[in-house]
Write a protein that binds this ligand. Sequence first.
Ligand code: MG
Length: 371
Amino acid sequence: MKIDRVTVRMIRVPIRMTRKHGVGDISSSISNVILELGTDGGLIGWGEASPWTVFTGTAEASAAAIDVYFQPLLLGADPFAVNELMQRCDKAVFGHGDAKAAVEMALLDLVGQALGAPIHWLLGGAVRMEIPLSVSIANPDFAADLELAKRVHAEGVRLFKVKTGFTDHATDLKRLEALRQTFDADMDLRVDYNQGLEAWDAIRQLKDVEAFRPTFIEQPVPRDRLDAMAAITAAIVTPILADESVFTPADAIRLVRERAADCVSIKIMKSGGILPARRIAEIAEAAGLAAYGGTMFEGGIALTAGMHLVAATRNISLGAEFYTATYVLERDVLASPVRQVNGKTQVPDGPGLGIAVDRDVLKHYTVEQRG
Ligand code: MG
């Protein structure tokens, strides 16, 4: 099997709700990159890069990374050589984990289809085929978010992650109080600061937040302040989860060495794909840290890649935020939508990613195409 076509599309998809995170607010649409690998045998592998400007970079740069730098490495290559091809991509371009994740998932999609095996088989088989869904509360219109929370709670969702630090501390406490009052113990509440606190005042504010019994507090301070992350982890009873501080396996080792968190958020868009993400989850496991399945603003293609990872990786036990395609995007490019049943994401079990793309929807949202 040889790759004989590399098509890169940038899509822009309107969203149904405003997302505010302190930085990098999303108000009208998201821009992702869709990768299509064609082969001489007629199989098609799909990939998606979902960067976030303030976190991993821009969709424009990711489209160029794939089209200009990865395409020549992929054309004519055997998709079974995933490790070798990803090593060549790593050598060709620094960073751009989201673009590399798109390439890797498209390769694994082809390998799985060729073998008749879902990607989670390639990772050793699933330990879970249903993944507890975490929905993020990130709308500056909190009344709208409370309605969303009630709706998805009725659908079985129990994990809620509140984005804090983009408004003032008193308002954050009121939002947490309102959620606890509404759902009492019948919710698993988490808090994510997206680096929003300053190190000098973080512990005081987090001690107030602990009154609402969060399961974890995510990335309270800037990514490079591992010293402050360590001080907070030591001072606060609630587990501290590192997100922006950990992109690579080497970052995970540093986090463990400096005891700078109790858990870690695993995102294929940070790590550059499923395989490096898996290494981070395993480093965390060996160090006694739990792992959580994070996302950026992925559509169904990349979300599905994440599902195979979480399905097959036992240490990613804190649930996963596979909700964008279901609750945020105007419409997803998958012909069969991501399945959420009773608050749990259902992992597909077809060959490769186990997805089909609706080409009409893809065309509708495409703003630029190369190849
Ligand atoms: Mg986060």
